[in-house]
Design a protein around this ligand. Structure first.
Ligand code: ADP
Ligand code: 5GP
Length: 213
């Protein structure tokens, strides 16, 4: 049984939304969470962006054409969608809605526009965390160190970082990722606590009744 789960009392799943400017460390924190919480699933987005060398289609993203993206949008198959750094990204609807209904927790690595749409559509299920870098200089050096993007792409991501950061105030929690272990511990604590919130644990009523008799 993983942390924050007790006696398998029935509850709604948590939609854990992580947003940050590119390079602040959200994918690293997400990866660590998925390793530690075997019952946490990641929402695999669709994107029209080109696949990076290290990425696997179907695992990191579903890489699709612009035409397929529009088709999915028109058939209402997307829970939210946004244009980010000149590419299109979206969350497929069915896996997320099924997970919530079945009490499974899902992680969403999405930008502020997607975060805002999920907060509106699924306010009761969403727990949102904004990850900030300790400084803009450190943000730039992380993007360079990651060595996944061209100089031009890094410049564009840094330019967009200020716009992304300006939305920190819309989120339930804000974590500053200076020290990775510490930031990870803070994100983990948020998930553990949110799993225990009374209002998502409908099974508590019956459980408490068995205690009272
Ligand atoms: P994002 O998903 O937000 O774009 P990543 O998780 O890819 O960012 O992190 C960007 C780079 O910074 C990666 O090389 C990662 O290993 C590194 N990184 C993440 N957190 C820290 C940290 N606290 N201190 C130093 N480097 C970090
Ligand atoms: P990257 O190209 O680095 O993988 O992601 C760029 C940005 O797009 C990141 O901020 C990431 O969180 C965001 N993103 C990834 N998937 C989605 C999605 O499905 N919806 C939205 N709105 N943003 C996404």
């Amino acid at each position: 049984m993983s942390e924050g789960q007790d006696l398998n009392i029935e509850r709604r799943g948590v939609m854990l939304v992580l947003s940050s400017p590119s390079g602040a460390g959200k994918s690293t924190i997400a990866r660590n969470l998925l390793e530690e919480f075997s019952d946490l699933e990641i929402s695999v987005s669709v994107t029209t962006r080109e696949k990076r060398g290290s990425e696997i289609d179907g695992k990191h993203y579903h890489f699709i054409t612009k035409k397929e993206f529009v088709r999915m949008q028109e058939s209402d198959a997307l829970l939210e969608s946004a244009e980010v750094h000149s590419n299109f990204y979206a969350t497929p609807r069915d896996p997320a809605e099924n997970a919530m209904r079945e009490g499974r927790d899902m992680l969403f690595d999405i930008d502020w526009q997607g975060g805002q749409q999920l907060m509106e559509k699924a306010a009761a299920d969403v727990v949102s965390i904004f990850i900030l870098p300790p400084s803009m200089i450190e943000l730039k050096s992380r993007l360079i160190r990651r060595a996944e993007d061209s100089e031009e792409v890094i410049a564009k991501r840094l330019e967009n970082a200020k716009e992304e950061i300006s939305h920190w105030g819309d989120y339930d929690y804000v974590v500053i990722n200076e020290n990775l272990d510490e930031a990870f511990h803070q994100v983990k604590s948020i998930l553990v606590a949110e799993r225990l919130r009374r209002d998502r644990r409908h099974g508590l009523y019956d459980f408490a009744q068995t205690l009272i008799g």
